[in-house]
Design a protein. Structure first.
Length: 450
């Protein structure tokens, strides 16, 4: 495929990022597909997230409630806010999009913000690199080791938590291993530890040096040896590609296309090469794959924020919005991460999703009460903190769509098929201001998909 249509370009930039401005769209349609994809994949320096100091976060904790656990909670919340605002401001959109994917794949919810900071920096550094490297570095990260009890895995008392999740969630997938495999893999990872600073090491006295058998290989296997064997299994590349297909192509998996992807991925587990294969394949731009996926809450917030140059002066509004929409960075619901797809929308979240554009673009207040007993925020006790603290650059957007008729603004904002757009073409008054018209379009159910 050479030059692409505007709809195809929008499709690429929504799946590989968080949307595209009208100015960028005009430039992009003049370039060929290969050039656009290469630009998205071009390596750039990734900013390392830093942790807010204890002195800084204490300022927001009521004096009587200051404790080590409260300080860590506040640091974790700021880590959430800092990463989300980094995603909003970053031009390296595909790396951030892939980082969000791996953030859900290697789900981790612990209270130690230092460990979480190290984990997300590891993910962002390797998001478009090599899956082999990413898997090993994540497996040895103090966050994952604490979350999955790797450090409690000793030869006299094997702990199978990490072994199970490594096979089930990180690599092979359910049905491609046995309970005996889990036992053997757990033995191989005995002795994996971190010191008080979170540095990885192997306690040889606690490592099981007995013979182990996994996937037809017998020997004194250790953790890295197990990962070598896992990566040799065809099922690993298929499992990862299924998840990537659902996230970047279509929630309804095409097994034949996944097989093609897996063949490419299995050559050397290069993530960039896999994504280039997807984004340069004609089937990626099939009409069936356009506008069919539901935006995650983070996609929704970041897409809006980028389109309208939204900045946030405080963390509370973004934290509240994420919680109301059931996707908070660093707070996955369980070890499997967020299920995504149609689960993003239910009776409780749909109303908020439809109102979110108006709330963000009008610095509105999220009228929402926390009823699950979660005390990780102080938002509920202070009504003023329900404000989203958003600042919008409407002039940036209006300049971007200057002289465009309403129907073309509609087409820019919605990634829907032509018939859907045609249905709405005469539903709006051309005399409406750009602000009024835009907010009406963003409140449509079709804006929830891409």
């Amino acid at each position: 495929m050479g030059r692409m249509t505007q709809q195809q370009v929008k499709h690429l930039y929504w799946r590989a990022g968080f949307g595209i401005s009208n100015r960028e769209l005009k430039r992009a349609t003049k370039r060929g597909q290969a050039r656009l994809v290469k630009q998205l994949l071009k390596p750039r320096e990734v900013t390392q997230l830093q942790l807010r100091s204890e002195e800084f976060v204490k300022e927001e904790i009521p004096p009587k409630k200051i404790s080590p656990s409260r300080i860590k909670q506040q640091q974790k919340q700021y880590l959430n806010f800092d990463w989300l605002t980094e995603i909003i401001s970053s031009d390296y959109v595909l790396n951030e999009k892939m980082s969000l994917f791996w953030h859900g794949h290697f789900a981790c919810n612990i209270g130690n913000a230092h460990y979480l900071k190290d984990l997300v920096n590891t993910i962002r550094k390797n998001a478009l690199g090599n899956f082999d490297t990413l898997l090993r570095e994540v497996s040895k990260s103090p966050a994952i080791m604490q979350f999955l009890n790797t450090g409690q895995n000793q030869k006299e008392h094997p702990n199978e938590n990490f072994a199970r999740e490594l096979l089930e969630l990180f690599t092979l997938g359910i049905g491609n291993y046995t309970e005996e495999d889990i036992k053997e893999v757990a033995k191989a990872f005995t002795g994996w530890k971190t010191n008080k600073d979170g540095d990885f090491f192997i306690n040889t006295k606690q490592h099981d040096n007995s013979q182990k058998t996994f996937k037809g290989v017998t020997g004194n296997l250790d953790g890295d040896g197990i990962i070598d064997i896992i990566l040799e299994q065809k099922e690993t590349s298929i499992f990862i590609c299924q998840k990537i297909y659902k996230s970047f192509v279509n929630e309804q998996v095409d097994d034949k296309l996944v097989e093609l992807m897996a063949d490419v991925f299995r050559r050397n587990y290069n993530i960039s090469e896999l994504m280039e294969f997807i984004f340069t394949s004609d089937w990626f731009y099939s009409q069936n794959n356009i506008g069919c996926n539901i935006k995650s809450p983070i996609d929704l917030v970041v897409g809006l924020s980028k389109s309208f140059k939204v900045s946030y002066t405080k963390k509370d509004g973004l934290l509240r919005a994420q919680k109301a929409l059931n996707q908070r960075l660093f707070y996955p619901p369980n070890v499997a991460g967020w299920p995504g797809g149609k689960t993003w929308i239910d009776n409780s979240t749909l109303a908020y999703r439809l109102r979110l554009p108006s709330l963000i673009l009008n610095n509105g207040s999220l009228d929402w009460e926390d009823t699950d007993g979660d005390e990780d925020t102080y938002l509920e006790s202070d009504p003023s903190k329900r404000n989203l603290f958003s600042s919008v650059d409407w002039d940036f957007f209006k300049k971007d769509v200057k002289k465009l008729p309403h129907v073309e603004i509609l087409s820019l904002l919605l990634q829907s098929n032509p018939l859907t757009l045609q249905n709405y073409e005469y539903s709006f008054n051309e005399t409406d201001s750009i602000e009024e018209f835009t907010l009406a379009v963003l409140s449509l159910p079709e804006y929830q998909t891409y």
